[in-house]
Write a protein that binds this ligand. Structure first.
Ligand code: AR6
Length: 172
């Protein structure tokens, strides 16, 4: 049985096979978690990203992790929140599912997700957390023998509390 873990941490410190980057369609860097991952991985990450021709919203691409503890970075692009009528929910679900599919294809067993789209892209945090948890649960039930450990890595307290409730984890 695969396990879902909840942690409050800087994702660049995670010792997992792959960490997921909440990138933008250029894949050429940005602020937030993207900036932190690029700083921690070092300049070779951006060099490899330049060869990928960007990434569409909801899709995912993979690179090496370079100076990170994680062997790989899976770059996905969540939707910018535009009021909710621009297919944002489905695109956010796709970002999680396509990241997990790519993980499976690359033999990745442990993967850590940030709270995609809930920073600069302003997706409402509670809805985003519900979508994230249900997308991961659905993937794990459909692919039970591939990815074994999924980490939700919350950086801000608000997201951490929302995930604690959703995942029925005791508060500490
Ligand atoms: N570790 C884990 N989570 C983090 C970290 C970190 N080091 N730093 C921030 N977060 P955001 P988005 C959380 O804005 O909304 C970039 O410029 C943060 O608390 O990084 O998908 C890209 O290039 C928030 O909950 O990503 C895009 O242009 C979550 O990460 C754009 O931002 C996502 O916030 C993408 O926006």
């Amino acid at each position: 049985m695969a396990q879902i873990h909840l942690v409050k941490e800087d994702i660049t410190r995670m010792k997992v096979d792959a960490i997921v980057n909440a990138a933008n369609t250029s894949l050429l860097g940005g602020g937030g978690v993207d900036g932190a991952i690029n700083r921690a991985a070092g300049p070779r990450l951006l060099q490899e990203c330049r060869t990928l021709n960007g990434c569409k919203t909801g899709e995912a691409k993979i690179t090496q992790g370079y100076n990170l503890s994680a062997k790989y970075v899976i770059h996905t692009v969540g939707p910018y929140w535009n009021g909710g009528k621009a297919n944002e929910a489905a695109l956010l679900q796709d970002a999680y599912t396509n990241s997990l599919m790519l993980a499976k294809e690359n033999g990745i067993r442990s993967i850590a997700f940030p709270n995609i789209s809930t920073g600069v892209y302003h997706f409402p945090k509670e809805t985003a957390a519900q979508i994230a948890v249900s997308a991961v649960n659905r993937f794990l039930s459909q692919h039970p023998y591939d990815v074994t450990d999924v980490y939700f890595v919350c950086y801000d307290e608000e997201n951490y509390l929302l995930y604690q409730q959703l995942l029925n984890r005791p508060s500490m």
